[in-house]
Write a protein that binds this ligand. Structure first.
Ligand code: TYD
Ligand code: MG
Length: 457
């Protein structure tokens, strides 16, 4: 770094700033992510300057009752799974960050958004810093017909982008991706923390100033070569993450922050020949190909946002060949699985101490809701005892450390979804049963502890 310029070390993963280099980031616990960069004060800092937009005038506080809002001004993309995750559509002037691993389908989804919006005579400007116009055209031809409301631009210089936006006045702008954008006033390279932060600040000014809604693509990288989207999570209005394996066709779009709607809402898509197709009934899809006569397989229900999703948990418990038992989990928190196995050992007298255990969630989903606890327990016991659970039974309930089964929220939604998909019985917390009893044809089995539940195997 040149002499005389102030520099600091930034974590490329979360943006943590430090005056000296460190091996591990105290903010996000990642290793080797610190890189020396000029501090923002060298260039003209613009991030967080939305509040300054009234140009140095004295700002006057106002009463809450005097603020007027217009309802129903959201723009629906008509991609239902996306609209729900956004909280009902795009809010004009809002900034949405779409994060995810490279190749997961961010550009594809946003191009599909462009198509739907332009079909409804919205003017959209798609700015790509990664692909040539030809590449975009090739992708577009796979997705379908486009009309002339869509403008494309290959550019990475923010000043040119600003002037183009001012000239063409689009209603929606898509930036693919923020890590390629370049602000001349900041001396560090594109993709570095300061560059990504300042560029987002500039874009934010444009979006809020002109009332344009903006989608920003941010790559998640493990090696820290470019700054991850975590750096700007706090600046934007909505943060959506694309999850899923590139090998598995299902993609889950999850909202982790939303100033205009509920979080933890998910949208499910499937990557096909012609782009991303919505999966309207994920439960049905997740249960496809489920074995009905295998031990260690149970179906649980988890509420994602407002929607119940039925999903299969599989467990395989075998005798350990080497000294230390091996435990792995896919899609479920590893520590939670260990805890539940300890509860089984102590409260139900199962000798799991010399057993390997593998617990998997089918379909590449990740679930963190405690309501799946009882399902994990039943899957492990079913595999351990080699007894098959009736495939028409759905299980949900939280398990406590003394082996008790606790009530969960939205029990009725879960029961309703189970009945809809043709299940014949629900093993569920006793505490939840009273309010639902008699409303549905499905048989409800209330259990108070894991021993009672194990009796149904
Ligand atoms: P892309 O949107 O380029 O990913 P990102 O922008 O997140 O890096 O999607 C890349 C993958 O999607 C690529 O491997 C090809 C696949 N794909 C399809 O399977 N079908 C399609 O119709 C399209 C457009 C892409
Ligand atoms: Mg892309």
């Amino acid at each position: 770094m040149a002499k005389g310029k102030k520099t600091a070390f930034f974590c490329q993963n979360c943006g943590y700033e430090s005056s000296k280099w460190m091996g591990q980031c105290p903010g996000c616990r990642e290793w080797n992510t610190f890189v020396e960069e000029p501090t923002a004060s060298c260039g003209k800092s613009v991030s967080g300057s939305v509040s300054r937009s009234n140009g140095g005038n004295r700002s006057e506080p106002v009463q809450l009752s005097h603020i007027q809002i217009q309802e129903d001004d959201r723009v629906r993309t008509e991609i239902e799974e996306l609209d729900r995750v956004l909280g009902g559509g795009i809010v004009p002037g809002s900034m949405v960050l779409v994060g995810g691993d490279p190749g997961i389908g961010k550009s594809t989804l946003l191009l599909q958004v462009c198509r739907e919006l332009t079909l409804r005579q919205h003017k959209v400007l798609y700015i790509s810093g990664e692909e040539s116009l030809r590449q975009i055209k090739l992708r577009a031809s796979r997705i379908g017909e486009f009309n002339d409301q869509l403008l494309l631009l290959c550019e990475t210089n923010l000043e040119l982008i600003r002037s183009t936006i001012e000239r063409t006045k689009p209603e929606t702008v898509i930036i693919d991706s923020i890590q390629t954008m370049y602000n001349e006033e900041v001396s560090s390279a594109p993709g570095s923390v300061s560059q990504v932060r300042e560029s987002t600040g500039v874009l934010m000014q444009i979006a809020k100033g002109m009332g344009i809604s903006m989608f920003i693509v941010g790559h998640v990288t493990k090696d820290g070569s470019v700054a991850g989207p975590r750096v700007l999570e706090h600046m934007v209005d909505t943060v959506l993450y694309f999850e899923g394996d590139r090998q598995v066709a299902y993609r889950i779009l999850r909202s982790v922050k939303n100033r205009f709607g509920s979080t933890n809402e998910i949208g499910v898509f499937e990557m096909q020949e012609k782009g991303l197709i919505e999966v309207k009934n994920p439960s049905q899809v997740m249960l496809n190909g489920r074995p009905t006569d295998a031990s260690g397989s149970v179906v649980v229900c988890s509420i994602e946002g407002t929607r119940p999703i039925l999903i299969e948990i599989q467990a395989l418990v075998t005798r350990t060949n080497f000294g230390l038992p091996r435990r792995t989990s896919v899609g479920i928190d590893y520590n939670r699985v260990n805890l539940l196995m300890a509860v089984l050992e102590k409260r139900a007298g199962l000798h799991l101490g010399d057993c390997d255990a593998y617990v998997n969630l089918a379909g590449g989903m990740k679930l963190g809701e405690p309501a799946i606890d009882l399902g994990v327990v039943m899957a492990v016991v079913s595999s351990f005892k080699n007894k098959v659970l009736d495939p028409g039974i759905l299980i949900f309930g939280e398990v406590g450390l003394s082996g008790e089964v606790r009530g969960v929220s939205m029990a009725e939604n879960r029961v309703r979804e189970a009945e809809k998909l043709g299940f014949t019985a629900c093993i569920m917390p006793k505490a939840n049963i009273e309010s639902i009893q008699g409303k549905y044809k499905i048989r409800l089995i209330g259990v108070a502890n894991i021993k009672e539940a194990m009796g149904y195997l």
